[in-house]
Design a protein around this ligand. Structure first.
Ligand SMILES: *Cc1c(COP(=O)(O)O)cnc(C)c1O
Length: 405
């Protein structure tokens, strides 16, 4: 084992199971390990690196802002926060935004907003508000958020959990309608479940959910931390069904691959339930993060990263579906957000991921059976063709071994 891996393993908590590679540098769609070997990053930190590693415009901006002003308390105004929030609201059609750092914090913010809105605006009795989430969801790792999870490993050993959450089957519109009652504050949903295994709900599900929420005075909160900002071929994945959620959560790519930057965005009457002292974050909305967030959004639009994602994702999806092997159970995705489901009778996703790593392609398995491909959106067609070659070869090799044994 390399000394560096040994050190990390000895002193670091084992809450991850990293591939045996030590990365030291990144540029655009590539990263390099400590032996100088180059890899194509088809994982991009769960979409946090949609702009590619060290995007020149972001690095230039960070250099300048770092030497100017980085952190001040939200107890003061800055020249950077307003323009960032305005841009984010305009791009997403939301009225107001609240800045946090990580995705989980922005989801917590959404939960607090929805509950307070239920009491103050909707008129739900004290402590009775309910939030509906979906089976297979992933919204982060805090105690309240794992309270919504149905993944045993995310919960086991971490109870007791806060009450007020209810689960419905993802993709089942009748289940949603049946779960709503007078105390329902919000329906929290991922337009495509990322950690759940790139799960796409039936056509029309989000549109129908929007209609049901509106009819019942329930807030629709879209968690677009992973699907948002071009990942699925549109600025927001909700746009595929022309859905306009009441509240929206962004993170990951919003930080331009440089910093953690997240936002909870909402309708004015929802955001206005917050008054000074209700909620906050030392680092949320700091001038460095706000400057990075604004530039990340500008680049997203000016480089048409959503358009690239749509075009190249379509191509990658078609080519992957054309691979004829019993090892591949299904290929699904939208834009450059693709999952290859491996037939578990024959192999695990981890085997495929490790074989790809040896060939210089980094990806990550999710749920043991799905190989996730979500490269930086700045990737080019030639790099995608190279990746396809590696995937075809790995699958063919595993087929040969399987038939020989
Ligand atoms: C990653 C993710 C989160 C949590 O974000 P963190 O920054 O890791 O806290 C929440 N929701 C979705 C859909 C995600 O993919």
């Amino acid at each position: 084992m390399s000394k560096r891996i040994e050190l990390e393993t000895r002193y670091g908590a084992r809450n991850y199971h990293p591939l045996p590679v030590v990365l030291t540098r990144g540029e655009a769609v590539f990263v390099w390990d400590d032996t100088g070997k180059r890899y194509l990053d088809m994982m991009s930190a769960y979409s946090a690196v949609s702009h590619g590693h060290a995007h020149p415009r972001l690095i230039e901006l960070v250099r300048e802002q770092v030497g100017t002003l980085n952190i001040v308390s939200r107890g003061f105004h800055t020249d950077k926060l307003g323009p960032f929030l305005e841009r984010a609201c305009r791009l997403t059609g939301q009225e107001m935004a609240l800045p946090m750092n990580t995705g989980a914090e922005a989801i917590e913010t959404a939960i607090k907003a929805a509950r307070k809105w239920a009491y103050e605006v909707k008129g739900v009795a004290a402590d009775e508000a309910e939030i509906i989430a979906c089976t297979g969801n992933f919204h982060g790792r805090t105690i309240a958020i794992v309270a919504m999870s149905d993944e045993p490993q995310y919960r086991d050993g971490f109870g007791p959990f806060p009450a007020g959450f209810r689960l419905v089957e993802y993709g089942d519109i009748d289940a949603l309608e049946a779960a709503i009652n007078g105390n329902t504050a919000a329906f929290l949903v991922e337009p495509i479940q990322g950690e759940g295994g790139i799960v796409i709900p039936p056509d029309g599900y989000l549109k129908a959910a929007e209609e049901i929420c509106r009819r019942n005075d329930v807030l629709m909160i879209a968690d677009e931390i992973q699907t948002g900002l071009g990942r699925t071929g549109k600025m927001l994945a909700c746009e595929h069904e022309d859905v306009h959620p009441d509240c929206l959560v962004l993170g990951k790519a919003l930080g331009g691959g440089v910093l953690p930057v997240s936002l909870f965005l909402a309708r004015r009457d929802v955001m206005e339930v917050f008054t000074p002292g209700d909620h906050g974050s030392t680092f949320g909305g700091n001038p460095l993060a706000a400057a990075v967030g604004l530039e990340a959004l500008n680049i997203m639009v000016e480089e048409d990263l959503a358009g690239r994602s749509a075009e190249l994702g379509d191509y990658l999806l078609r080519q992957l579906r054309a691979i004829d092997s019993p090892l591949i159970r299904e290929v699904r995705g939208r834009g450059l957000f693709i999952g290859i489901e491996i037939e578990s009778k024959f192999a695990g996703a981890r085997e495929v991921v490790e074989a790809l790593m040896h060939r210089g392609l980094l990806s990550k398995e999710t749920h043991e059976t799905v190989v996730r491909l979500a490269p930086p959106l700045v990737i080019g067609k030639s790099e995608i063709d190279w990746a396809l070659e590696q995937i075809r070869d790995v699958i063919a090799e595993m087929d040969r071994i399987r038939l020989a044994s």
